[in-house]
Design a protein. Structure first.
Length: 300
C-alpha cells in the first residue's frame, strides 16, 4: 500500500511538472509565432517532453542513468532545431535574423560541448551517478527525474526560443552585443573550469584530493557560475524582442541559479565533499578563503 501511494505521488509530480512546463512555454511563446494556433515555443516544449519520455523507457528497463545528461543536451538541440524550422518561411525567405541565428548556434554549441563532456565523465565513472542510486530502480520516481529534466530545459532555453520564434525582428543593438559578450565570458569560464577539473582528476598525484587550482582557487564552483552567466547573456540578448507574457523568460537565469545552488548542484556536491574531506583542515581552510560561486581572489 505504501509503495502504491509513493507511485501515485510520483505520477502526480509528473502531471504537475508537465503542466508547469507546458504552461510556462505557452505564456513565453504567446506573443511569438504559432503553428495552428499553438505557440511554436509550446510545440518545442512538447518535443522536450517527448524526447525525455522516449529515452526514459530503455533507461528504466536497463536501470541506467548513463545517457541522462546526454539526452538533456539532445533535448536542447531538438528544441532549437524545431524552433528554427517552424520559424523559417521557406516560401518567402528566411524569418530568422542575425540575433536568432547567433543564439541558435550558441545553444547548440553549448549543449553539444556540455553533453559530450558529461557523457565522457559518467562513462569514465563506470556509467554511474550517485544521484540516481535510489530512484533508477523505481520506475515512477525515475520518470519524475526525466520529466523534470524536460521542464529544466524548457525554462532554461526559453529566452533563446523566444528570440528564434519572435514575430517582430529587431535590429542588432547594444543588448545583442552586451548579451553576446556575457555569454562568451560565461561559456569560456565553464569550459576552462571543466577542463581544469578533468586534468586535475586525471593526474594520479591528485587521487583523493580536492581541486584548488586554476579557476577553482577563485571559486568553489566556477563551472556553475559560468553556466548562470551564459544564460543571463541570452536573456539580455532577448530583451528587445520580448513583449507581454514573453517577459516570463526573464525568470530563466533565476531558475538556473536556484537549481544549481539549492537543488541539484552546490548542495549535493557539498554533501559529497563533506563526506570525503569534512575533517581535513586544509579543505576547511579552502572553503573559508574561497568564494562559493562568484570568482574572486581568495580571502586572506
Amino acid at each position: 500500500m505504501a509503495s502504491l501511494k509513493k507511485s501515485l505521488r510520483s505520477f502526480a509530480v509528473v502531471i504537475f511538472a508537465t503542466a508547469l512546463g507546458l504552461g510556462f512555454a505557452w505564456l513565453a511563446g504567446s506573443n511569438g509565432q504559432d503553428l495552428a494556433g499553438i505557440p511554436v515555443l509550446a510545440v518545442c516544449a512538447i518535443m522536450a517532453f517527448a524526447v525525455n519520455w522516449i529515452a526514459f523507457v530503455p533507461a528504466a528497463i536497463a536501470q541506467t542513468e548513463k545517457f541522462y545528461d546526454l539526452i538533456g543536451s539532445l533535448t536542447y538541440i531538438t528544441m532549437i532545431a524545431v524552433a528554427c524550422l517552424l520559424s523559417h518561411d521557406f516560401g518567402l525567405g528566411t524569418k530568422l535574423d542575425t540575433r536568432a541565428i547567433v543564439v541558435a548556434v550558441m545553444v547548440v554549441v553549448w549543449a553539444a560541448r556540455l553533453g559530450t563532456f558529461l557523457f565522457i565523465r559518467i562513462s569514465n565513472d563506470g556509467g554511474r551517478d550517485s544521484r540516481f542510486d535510489k530512484i533508477k530502480v523505481n520506475p515512477p520516481r525515475f520518470l519524475v527525474a526525466w520529466t523534470l529534466q524536460a521542464v529544466w530545459t524548457i525554462i532554461t532555453a526559453s529566452a533563446a526560443l523566444a528570440i528564434i520564434t519572435a514575430n517582430d525582428r529587431v535590429e542588432i543593438g547594444i543588448f545583442f552585443w552586451l548579451g553576446a559578450a556575457i555569454w562568451v565570458v560565461g561559456f569560456g569560464i565553464e569550459v576552462v573550469a571543466d577542463k581544469q577539473k578533468s586534468a586535475f582528476k586525471a593526474d594520479p598525484a591528485n587521487e583523493g584530493e580536492f581541486i584548488d587550482v586554476g579557476l577553482w582557487r577563485w571559486s568553489q564552483h566556477p563551472n556553475y557560475f559560468g553556466e548562470i552567466m551564459l544564460w543571463t547573456g541570452v536573456v539580455v540578448m532577448a530583451l528587445p524582442v520580448l513583449s507581454g507574457w514573453s517577459f516570463v523568460v526573464l525568470s530563466s537565469p533565476v531558475f538556473i541559479y536556484l537549481l544549481l545552488t539549492k537543488i541539484s548542484g552546490i548542495n549535493l556536491q557539498e554533501q559529497s565533499a563533506n563526506s570525503k574531506w569534512g575533517d581535513d583542515p586544509e579543505f576547511q581552510e579552502y572553503r573559508r578563503k574561497t568564494p562559493k560561486l562568484v570568482p574572486m581572489p581568495p580571502r586572506s
